[in-house]
Write a new protein. Structure first.
Length: 391
């Protein structure tokens, strides 16, 4: 059995890592990891491979940056000969980035079976490139592995054959739970001066921003930074800044919202992008997270960290109904009031969404073996798998 998995951007790496670990338990499975090169520098790619224990990609397409259309087309052009030569039984794609859609389209035109991990999520906001990517990928996929019940309902409403839909849990959470102990050994809190003389962690917040709808519009970005700057007068807010976001802030002349270099007691403190383990440690101890990232909404839910999502919608409703997430929109006053309320309230534990237990990758592998090559499952002595929960 031969599987080709295609990844390209930072969120993909956390999603594919636990699957690779499970596939390695089956010697008869040949796995080829293809990196599109969508995220290609050390801060956004190499360090994540290292932290997650991922092997070097068997193939790197080295596509790099470009417009959505150019990047998607270039990945397809470079991936097609790879798939023709390897002729895999399955092509696995994860998440909703351009690499996800490009790989699914290429595989579909070659009549290869497609596995979509993290299927069914919907914001119903087609101004988001990710929404287009995930909807089209779901139409093409033969196996749709879903993280939360709402995703199952979305796919059913769209007419997807229920036999192709499986509610399995969240592979992002598989990675988080398996790496949490290693992340606890990170020195990031000491490096940032957050350990007091009594060895306790001083209160702080974190901010991440990367969506074009937030960082490309002067009024929107200025409002977000102004509100976070106000929040940061009560506790420092650390901002591991995406290279593209940094450039937008610089070009729009908004750097005045940042704390002075070296300040960590208060203010909006800009730091370099962090590797997976360092960021997980920083997030795990935060008093508050402000973000426009889907993955951070999920991770803070499991960690019990209050999360304010700086968007008008979310494709991950379970993080609100059961987790610690709150959708606060983009109004600066609304963001500030929501943060002040969080800081006044006691930190409350969240309920974990169904099947967010660190076993999603095991369920996925078992389903694929049962449907594609059940003899491998029968031969796998000593391989622990959990019961499958189908959609």
């Amino acid at each position: 059995m031969k599987i080709v998995s295609v990844v390209g951007a930072r969120p993909n790496f956390m999603k594919i890592a636990p699957l690779l670990k499970e596939w390695r338990q089956f010697p008869a499975i040949e796995h080829i990891l293809v990196h599109s090169g969508q995220h290609y520098d050390d801060q956004l790619s190499t360090s994540f491979f290292r932290d997650l224990g991922l092997p070097d990609p068997g193939i790197n397409l080295q596509v790099g940056s470009g417009s959505h259309a150019w990047q998607t087309a270039e990945i397809m052009k470079r991936l097609e000969p790879v798939l023709i030569e390897t002729c895999p039984d399955l092509v696995t794609v994860v998440g909703d980035v351009n690499s996800t859609l490009a790989a699914a389209l290429t595989a579909a035109k070659l009549n290869l079976k497609i596995v979509h991990v993290e299927a069914g999520l919907r914001s119903y906001d087609t101004s988001m490139p990710e929404e287009i990517n995930r909807k089209l990928t779901d139409v093409l996929a033969d196996f749709l592995f879903v993280t939360e019940q709402e995703g199952v309902e979305n796919l059913r409403r769209e007419g997807i054959d229920p036999a192709r839909i499986f509610l399995v849990g969240n592979v992002m959470i598989d990675s988080l739970l398996s790496c949490r102990a290693a992340a606890a050994r990170s020195t990031i809190l000491c490096d940032l001066g957050l350990i007091g003389g009594d060895a306790r962690v001083r209160p702080y917040g974190i901010l991440t921003l990367h969506r074009p709808s937030n960082v490309d519009r002067l009024t929107t970005l200025k409002g977000i930074l102004a509100s976070v700057h106000a929040i940061a007068q009560d506790l420092p807010v650390f901002f591991p800044i995406h290279p593209r976001t940094r450039e937008r802030i610089r070009s729009l002349g908004l750097e005045n919202y940042f704390a002075a270099s070296g300040a960590t007691r208060r203010g909006l403190v800009v730091i370099q992008p962090l590797g997976y383990l360092d960021f997980l440690c920083l997030m795990d101890h935060a008093r508050l997270a402000l973000t426009d990232s889907g993955g951070i909404q999920e991770e803070t839910t499991v960690l019990g960290v209050p999360c304010l999502t700086l968007r008008e919608n979310t494709e991950r409703p379970a993080t609100i109904s059961e987790g610690t997430n709150r959708l606060v929109g983009l109004d600066p006053d609304g963001i500030l009031k929501a943060a002040q309320q969080v800081l006044r309230d006691e930190r409350r534990p969240a309920r974990l969404p169904k099947l967010w237990d660190g076993q999603a990758s095991k369920r996925i592998v078992r389903i694929l073996l049962e449907h594609v090559q059940p003899d491998l499952l029968l031969k796998s002595k000593g391989v622990s798998v959990t019961p499958v929960c189908s959609g």
